[in-house]
Design a protein around this ligand. Structure first.
Ligand code: B3K
Ligand code: ZN
Length: 890
């Protein structure tokens, strides 16, 4: 099959491999022009299957020679095509050797072996190893790897691969070699190699059983002072995994290498994680609080994969969420424990609802365990990762923390060293808890976001409150009709003074917490009624506490009822969500009124609710900041059948401005108080300071919205005096995104000053690019086009592409969706250009165009025209081909 005829792969066609590779011995001879890869594989036929030819995967590799049991084969002994090498009539066990030639310096896809600036590095997940040498590049083929790396000693003093260093030496011509051995069997996707001129920062960790582990982060010398935070995060993650999951690290060394050019955040290669610099380097002057938290989260995520992914891996790529959903769940819980659990939960849910729900409603919607794909790279999605994590979270909610731990112990014990399925994971949870998860499996098998409708009925005479829960799920590409989901609905009933004690009538599938204030109701059919008894007053039900299931809740709350939840609920998620729902109602009123009048009034009760929240000293400042954040334009759009881009933008802005003007004094007092508190100590990315900064900068953003000269001055002062990136970027963003024409010169001056300061700091420059690309001020496209000509822009660097093109297309709705279609045409041009260079990045950046069905007819047509133009490009990559063809289906 050639790359121009993409083929669909189905889960139902899975078949065990015909051969196993017991031992893999590799030798890399790295040169500037060609790299030679010598591979020696000890192969055994899978005798459980009928004899079959050996078909090895290989792509963009030049075969130099091939031998079986030491005998060099002639061209007639094998066949080679674009994607494979086939040899027939082989004995049951044999040694396969081959030499391949590759050009990593020309590999712009950043998959396989490639060069990031001056260093060689690899990215093999999912199917990149086949771009290095011929191999059984599938996760259920696990092998022990030995890797010898040879290179020029001066240019590449550091030579790394997985496992432990087992030998090193000098060669003629200024070359040297290092050999590594990884004693743990692993699939090829976990293979890694690095060669570069790097320095290392070291530390140590003593495991719970007393083993001493060397922790080593490799960076460029200029970044020496930027790894302390990642190192501490790594140690925290190692300890946490021992404490919470009983998982200890296994090798004697754990290495992280930071590289500039990387398609995603990081990669969990065994013992040798490779990281995008943006997810490992951190310093107060270049990294925002959110950046610090991302470093902590990603370091932990990759570390946790050592068990959930590496020791127990996936049988095939349809099982991707086995490792990703579970590992995201683990990293979310870790970050929650390191900071504020409520804030973390709200942030995660907010992202899920605005982005994963849109994916579930779009043309690329797929189950957490997809049943088919053309290009697996397209399935590293919010659904597989974030929704996958929600599904694991629901398992824990249903069986409780203790049984969940028993289940994970059982899973790791049963399957250590194996490549398994999502069903194996759930079976371990079922066996440990004695619960039946057969209906629950629909969460893995069906795409789409279920709608959960709830209706409450209070009977004063019987003192009962009946809660009727119903579910439905819209059709998605893989299934038009849906089976019911097993939905855990965590509920509290709020009386006038707070949560009521709960008691349920009859024998229903539900559990009640020890303090009797929360019930987890299990909805397992299309509709069920749960009756609470001894309810002395009409309650307000607070539903989906902690966001107990990834569903869209429909309950007809009045503003008064939402107000009660905002004031009395102790569950932070529900409290925040009530404030979002309240704001949605107010924004919806303004949107409706905008049809008839240009400047409709804004419901004052929202202002009063915000005033109460803002002046509530008992609340965590981060929670206040979140509760004072209006729902995003994306989330508002998600509530509409056809997104009314302009009205959403104007209505939301109107509400923002009204809040800003009405609460001006409170915001100023809040700003000054926190600013003074924080100024007393140097910057620190601890949870308390982060929380305070988030509220301070929320207040600043509202102050700038007033457009008052003193607010602009305050913002300018923060920009100039700040000692940290969080405050600097908050001030710069508020100025650059302000619609006030009178401050155009100030914006330009601040941007110039910022660039002058950051031009040697690539990660800071990315943020400088993003703040401009995401500006809602008219004319962003012209700015974006000029940024792409800027000296600091680098079309090969995914971080730059994400900042500029991604910022514009994904985080600047009002400009990207300009009625003229200019945003769509621009994006199509970029995708066409990027497709041959880096298909993975191109395919990802394409997402906003795929959502055409959500827009008005004129925009639909313009978006489809843009998609068609992409499709017409000859030789389109399978990555982009899959997304475009699936999204064009009417
Ligand atoms: N497992 C990698 C993702 C690889 C993506 C390949 N296209 C990072 C992670 O999820 O930890
Ligand atoms: Zn992962």
């Amino acid at each position: 099959m050639s790359k121009s005829q993409p083929k669909t792969i189905y889960l139902k066609d899975y078949s065990a491999p015909d051969y196993f590779i017991e031992k893999t011995e590799l030798e890399f001879d790295l040169f500037e022009a060609d790299t030679l890869v010598r591979s020696k594989l000890t192969i055994a036929r899978n005798t459980a299957k009928p004899a079959a030819p050996l078909v090895l995967n290989g792509q963009n590799v030049e075969l130099v020679s091939v031998a079986i049991n030491g005998e060099v084969l002639s061209a007639s002994d094998y066949t080679v095509d674009d994607v494979s090498l086939t040899i027939s009539n082989l004995p049951d066990t044999f040694i396969f050797e081959c030499v391949t030639k590759i050009q990593p310096q020309d590999n712009t896809s950043l998959e396989g072996l490639y060069k990031s600036r001056t260093m060689f590095c690899t990215q093999c997940e999912a199917e990149g190893f086949r771009k290095i040498t011929y191999y059984l590049d599938r996760p259920d083929v696990m092998s022990v790897f030995t890797t010898k790396v040879i290179a020029d000693k001066q240019k590449f003093p550091v030579l790394l691969s997985n496992g432990n260093e087992v030998g090193a030496g000098e060669l003629d011509g200024g070359r040297h070699w290092v050999e590594w051995n990884d004693p743990f069997k692993k699939p090829a996707y976990l293979f890694a190699l690095v060669a570069g001129d790097l320095i290392n920062v070291d530390s140590h960790f003593t495991t719970q059983s007393g083993r001493e582990i060397l922790l080593r982060i490799f960076i460029e010398p200029k970044d020496k002072n930027k790894c302390d935070y990642a190192m501490q995060a790594l140690k925290n993650a190692m300890r946490w995994d021992e404490d919470v999951y009983g998982r200890e690290y296994d090798l004697d060394i754990f290495m992280i290498v930071a590289v500039d050019d990387f398609n995603m955040g990081a990669m969990e290669n065994k013992g040798l994680n490779i990281f995008n610099t943006s997810c490992v380097l951190a310093s107060p002057e270049t990294t925002t609080d959110a950046g610090y938290q991302r470093v902590e989260g990603v370091v932990a995520h990759e570390y946790f994969h050592n068990w959930s992914g590496n020791r127990v891996t996936c049988r095939d790529w349809f099982q991707l969420s086995l490792k990703e959903g579970f590992t995201v769940f683990r990293d979310e819980e870790f970050s929650a424990d390191m900071g504020s659990p409520t804030v973390k939960r709200v942030e995660d849910v907010s992202m899920l609802r605005s982005m994963q729900f849109a994916e579930d409603a779009g043309p690329m919607a797929h189950p957490v365990q997809p049943s088919s794909f053309i290009e697996i790279s397209n399935f590293y999605t919010l659904t597989v990762y974030e929704k996958g994590a929600e599904v694991v979270r629901m398992i824990r909610t249903l069986i409780g923390a203790e049984q969940f731990r028993k289940g994970s112990d059982l899973y790791f014990e049963r399957h250590d060293g194996q490549a398994v399925t999502i069903e194996d994971f759930v079976a371990a949870m079922a066996d440990a808890s004695g619960r039946d998860f057969s209906l629950f499996m629909n969460w893995y098998k069906q795409a789409g976001t279920p709608k959960l409708s709830a209706k409450g009925d209070y009977n004063a005479a019987n003192k009962t409150f009946s809660l009727t829960l119903s579910q439905s799920c819209p059709p998605t590409p893989e299934s038009q009709t849906k089976q019911p989901f097993h939905i855990p609905v965590a509920v509290a009933l709020l009386g006038k003074e707070g949560a009521l004690k709960l008691s349920l009538q009859g024998d229903v599938q539900a559990s009640i917490s020890a303090d009797q204030q929360e019930a987890v109701l299990e909805l397992t059919s299309s509709s069920q009624t749960f009756v609470f008894e001894n309810v002395d007053e009409p309650p307000v039900p607070s539903l989906l506490r902690g966001f107990s299931a990834p569903v869209k809740l429909a309950y007809n709350y009045s503003r008064e009822e939402l107000g009660r939840i905002i004031t009395l609920e102790t569950d932070g998620f529900c409290r925040w969500d009530a404030s979002q729902q309240y704001a949605l109602l107010v924004i919806a009123d303004v949107m409706a009124a905008l049809v008839n009048e240009p400047a409709p009034a804004v419901d004052e009760s929202l202002i009063e609710a915000y005033r109460t929240v803002l002046t509530n000293d008992a609340l965590d400042p981060a929670m206040i900041a979140l509760m004072l954040s209006l729902p995003s334009e994306d989330y508002i759009g998600d509530q509409q059948a056809i997104v009314d881009v302009d009205t959403i933008h104007h209505a939301r802005n109107r509400v923002v401005r009204k809040i800003a003007l009405s609460l001006h004094a409170e915001f100023l007092a809040c700003y000054n108080k926190i600013h003074q508190e924080l100024s007393a100590a140097p910057y620190s990315p601890d949870a308390t300071s982060i929380a305070k900064r988030s509220l301070k900068n929320k207040a600043l953003a509202y102050l700038v919205e007033t457009g008052k000269p003193e607010a602009i001055e305050l913002c300018k002062a923060q920009f100039e005096q700040s000692d940290n990136m969080t405050d600097t970027m908050a001030a710069l963003t508020a100025l650059v995104h302000s619609p006030k024409a009178a401050i155009a010169d100030l914006k330009a001056a601040c941007l110039a000053q910022a660039y002058g300061k950051w031009k040697e700091e690539s990660l800071a420059v990315n943020q400088w690019f993003a703040v401009q690309a995401t500006s809602p001020v008219p004319g962003a496209l012209a700015v974006v086009e000029s940024l792409m000509q800027h000296e600091a822009f680098d079309i090969r660097n995914p971080n730059k592409l994400r900042a500029v093109i991604g910022g514009f297309a994904m985080r600047n709705s009002i400009n990207f969706h300009d009625r003229s279609g200019s945003g769509y045409a621009f994006l199509a041009d970029q995708i066409i250009k990027l497709d041959s260079q880096n298909p993975q990045v191109a395919s990802r950046l394409l997402t906003p165009l795929t959502r055409w069905k959500k827009y008005d007819e004129k925009r639909q047509q313009l978006m489809r025209d843009a998609l068609q133009r992409i499709l017409d490009k000859p030789g389109l990559s399978p990555d982009v081909y899959e997304v475009v063809t699936k999204s064009m289906v009417k």
